[in-house]
Each structure stands twice: as structure tokens, then as C-alpha cells.
Ligand binder design. Structure first.
Ligand SMILES: [Zn+2]
Length: 141
């Protein structure tokens, strides 16, 4: 074990991203597919999520571009790309998993509103409620 910083940012261990994404399904689902590059502002990812993904080797920096924000200020930002095998892994791992029936919600967490009656997912921004059958499916994973 060396304490020096890595000099090979492109080199990652397969399990880094798998371990991280397995517990961050919602973040994984926000990740654009590997076919196009993206800037942080074009996704629903937060800055800290982007950093996590980068650290885990799930995304690579592609190029720096000039961008103009709403106030007219020009700034530089990175364009990113999801690593091929990461995109493939996400598809494999999460594809068949049950998730919240709410629109654009990929949460798999469940919160109980009324025992045996009404449930909601663990995503605070989601208003979907569902019955015990769906809740059981989500928990069953
Ligand atoms: Zn939801």
C-alpha cells in the first residue's frame, strides 16, 4: 500500500464502481448511457454524485468546453462519458429489478404510511403511493 496519489486516473478496479453503484441505484439510473458525452448540467446528477462516480471509475472526462450560463457568464466545464462496461453493468444489474411505480422515479426503498394499507417510496421528491403488493415486491429484492 502506497500513500502517494494515483498517477493513472484511467485505471480502475472493476469492483470500485460495482460496489458503489449497487447501493446507489437512483444515482446509477441518472447516469446517461455510454453513447454520448454529457455535462453535469445536462443530467440530474448532483456535483457530489458526479465526483463519486468519477472516483469510482464509472465516468471519464472527455473534454473541456466553453459554456455560457443564463447570466451571460462564460465558463469552462467538463464533458463526461459513462464508461462502456459500467453502462453495461448497470443495465444487467438493475434492469429487472422492481422499482417505484412513480413516473421518473427509480427508488427501491419503501416507507410505510399506513401498515398493510398504503406505502410510498423512500424518495422524498416522489408522491407516488402504492399498496402492500408493490411494497412487498420492492422489499423482496
Ligand atoms: Zn417513488
Amino acid at each position: 500500500m502506497s500513500s502517494t496519489t494515483s498517477t493513472e486516473p484511467g485505471r480502475h478496479i472493476e469492483q470500485d464502481f460495482a460496489n458503489m453503484l449497487r447501493y446507489n441505484r437512483e444515482m446509477a439510473m441518472k447516469l446517461p448511457d455510454a453513447e454520448r458525452t454529457f455535462a453535469l448540467q445536462e443530467t440530474n446528477l448532483s456535483k457530489s454524485e458526479l465526483q463519486k462516480l468519477h472516483q469510482a471509475g464509472a465516468i471519464d472526462r472527455v473534454e473541456r468546453e466553453r459554456s455560457v450560463c443564463e447570466t451571460g457568464v462564460t465558463y469552462r466545464r467538463w464533458r463526461w462519458q459513462t464508461v462502456d462496461r459500467v453502462a453495461a453493468w448497470i443495465e444487467d444489474y438493475f434492469d429487472d429489478a422492481p422499482e417505484c411505480p412513480g413516473e421518473d422515479c427509480y427508488s427501491t426503498g419503501v416507507r410505510c404510511l399506513e401498515p398493510r394499507e398504503r406505502y410510498t417510496c423512500s424518495n422524498d421528491g416522489c408522491t407516488e403511493t402504492f399498496g402492500p403488493d408493490v411494497a412487498r415486491e420492492l422489499i423482496g429484492r
